[in-house]
Design a protein around this ligand. Structure first.
Ligand code: CTP
Ligand code: MG
Length: 238
């Protein structure tokens, strides 16, 4: 019986990174971002993983999965690869459908792009689920002063008053849920056409509020070329 499964949305195109291949398949210190993320999940003890990959990279994703399973000495059958969808939510839905038969108690959803997420973050999320939390989100405080835009008449924007920073959190992954709740949230989103930028937002829409646990700077999402450079430097500094 699998207690905690893992879904890795890795089907995005990585437009903002601007590499010659989809982001999850870009290398960082000898491993693809997908391989790094899968490795963290396997090490945290996730018993079954489903990767959502772009249609033309299913075989490559399979090869990456096999290599990580072999290197960590776990069965290759613990990782499945499915074709992702047009939006991140569609990719998560496709992966979730694949979990139907295994029926794990909990499921974590973790962006392939958060390649260097420390093991402690996975453990904190799993511990919170075991303690009864139902919509678990790793977060970090915001260091910058944040303002909203009131309007823009020229290339210079009108800035409204600043937002109270102490009330703000940056949201990361892995986010953790009960599998039945994540299914219900995705069903509801499909039926209502609701979209949210993450799964916690979809659960919130069915009345299950999000709860924060500490995230980590290293779990930063690799979005722009600058993020890849920072990640590389982080690994060299270790
Ligand atoms: N993702 C996915 N399916 C999509 C879109 C995104 O599985 N249709 C995944 C990405 O592969 C990534 C995670 O969701 O691991 C977070 O998305 P993001 O950082 O936006 O990645 P991309 O969509 O690939 O990047 P961009 O928005 O710059 O194109
Ligand atoms: Mg995207």
């Amino acid at each position: 019986v699998v207690e905690t499964a893992l879904i890795i949305p890795a089907a995005g195109s990585g437009t903002r990174l601007g590499a010659d291949r989809p982001k999850a398949f870009v290398e960082l210190a000898g491993r693809t971002l997908l391989a790094w993320s899968l490795r963290s999940g396997l090490r945290a003890g996730c018993g079954l993983t489903v990767i959502a990959a772009p249609a033309d990279l299913l075989e490559e994703a399979r090869a990456i999965a096999d290599a990580e399973c072999d290197s960590l000495n776990v069965s290759r059958s613990l990782v499945a690869v499915v074709e992702g969808g047009a939006e991140r939510t569609d990719s998560v839905s496709a992966a979730l459908a694949r979990l139907e038969t295994a029926n794990p108690s909990f499921v974590l959803v973790h962006d392939a792009a958060r390649a260097l997420t420390p093991n402690e973050v996975f453990i904190r999320v799993i511990d919170a689920l075991r303690a009864g939390e139902r919509n678990v989100v790793p977060t970090l405080p915001v260091a910058d002063t944040i303002r909203t835009v009131a309007g823009s008449t020229s290339s210079v924007e009108d800035l409204a008053t600043s937002v109270d920073r102490s009330q703000l959190r940056r949201v990361q992954t892995p986010q953790g849920f009960r599998t039945e709740d994540l299914r219900a949230a995705h069903r509801h989103a499909r039926q209502t056409g609701l979209s949210a930028t993450d799964d916690a937002g979809l659960l919130e829409a069915i009345g299950i509020p999000a709860r924060g646990v500490p995230g980590a700077e290293a779990a930063h999402k690799i979005t722009y070329p600058e993020d890849l450079r920072t990640a590389r430097a982080r690994l060299q500094g270790e």
